[in-house]
Design a protein around this ligand. Structure first.
Ligand SMILES: Nc1ncnc2c1ncn2[C@@H]1O[C@H](COP(=O)(O)OP(=O)(O)OP(=O)(O)O)[C@@H](O)[C@H]1O
Length: 281
């Protein structure tokens, strides 16, 4: 089989990134030891990107997402949104987690979606209710507004979490392995739903996964991270792949190339410059 096409692609020079991660090292400190989660990681996310952080378990993907969300501070480097340094969580960055228990169980679907709108004082009760109904319908849950989370399937709970996040109209939607706990069919369905929503709304997405296939299906750009502590292995353009590329020879070739880049010890980590070069897989 021929090697996959290899093109160098540069972002348009005039476009400023929405989110900029520069030389970020993340650490967890306890009394006994210090764990370095990522080392010197840099990347830019542009408006409308579906940017995927891909790497093996423990390489610091979730930690990077938490740092972008403002839950943890970098030990070194900086993270900026629209050129402002991120120092704490904010309504411009909303996270959807993998865990189904991210929804307070005592609240109905409607109350769950309304809650951050009210807590952040974005909307009054009437407007929040109206917006929540809109987003619940958008994710295909019309009719379940008054259901409680424990009566919903895993996929339905993730839809509620997505509706709750998108209702906030964040600048960036952050998703941490949101479909990893779902069965294969539901996972696929949710990838389709997410792609459908993105086609319609063109929001900016930062998506964490350790699945190469999911990265290719969901993302238009993929950052590959090395095993613990995570460093940038490569940055790839993957906009040519979508939901229905799965069985194609190009998809399989891209998938094995990424596998090689992730696990081949000989790969030299990418040196980031002000205007890094990116490859298409
Ligand atoms: N709260 C914490 N305290 C101490 N160490 C932590 C903490 N959270 C994560 N780590 C460590 O930081 C490293 C990166 O963890 P992180 O969860 O970010 O990786 P990941 O790539 O998201 O992994 P996975 O795919 O398994 O979720 C790991 O070595 C992990 O043990």
């Amino acid at each position: 089989m021929n090697a996959p096409a290899f093109h160098l692609v540069r972002p348009p020079v005039a476009v400023a990134p929405l989110l900029s991660v520069r030389n970020v090292s993340l650490e967890y400190r306890t009394e006994q030891r210090t764990v370095r989660a990522t080392h010197d990681v840099s990347f830019d996310v542009f408006r409308g990107d579906r940017f995927v952080l891909l790497g093996p378990s423990g390489c610091g993907k979730s930690s990077l997402l938490k740092a972008v969300a403002g839950f943890i501070a970098p030990r070194a480097g900086s993270i900026t949104m629209q050129e402002k340094i991120i120092t704490k969580p904010g309504p411009d960055r909303v996270v959807v987690f993998q865990e189904f228990d991210q929804l307070p169980p005592w609240k109905t679907v409607l109350e769950n979606v309304m809650f951050p709108l009210l807590a952040s004082k974005r909307l009054d009760k009437v407007a929040a209710r109206e917006r929540a109904h809109h987003w619940i319908a958008k994710v295909g849950l019309a009719g379940f507004e008054y259901a409680h989370p424990h009566t919903l399937s895993g996929g339905m709970k993730q839809r509620v979490a997505i509706a709750r996040a998108l209702a906030m109209q964040p600048e960036v939607l952050l998703m941490d392995e949101p479909f990893a706990a779902l069965d294969a069919l539901t996972r696929r369905k949710m990838q389709e739903e997410l792609s459908r929503l993105w086609e319609e709304l063109r929001f900016t997405l930062v998506f964490v996964t350790h699945s190469i296939e999911e990265a290719l299906v969901v993302g238009n750009r993929i950052l590959l991270l090395s095993p613990h502590p995570g460093r940038v292995r490569a940055e790839l353009n993957s906009h040519q792949f979508g939901l229905y590329s799965g069985g194609s020879a190009e998809f399989q070739a891209a998938s094995s190339r990424i596998h090689g880049l992730l696990f081949d010890e000989d790969v030299v980590p990418v040196q980031h410059e002000d205007q890094p070069q990116r490859e298409a897989v």
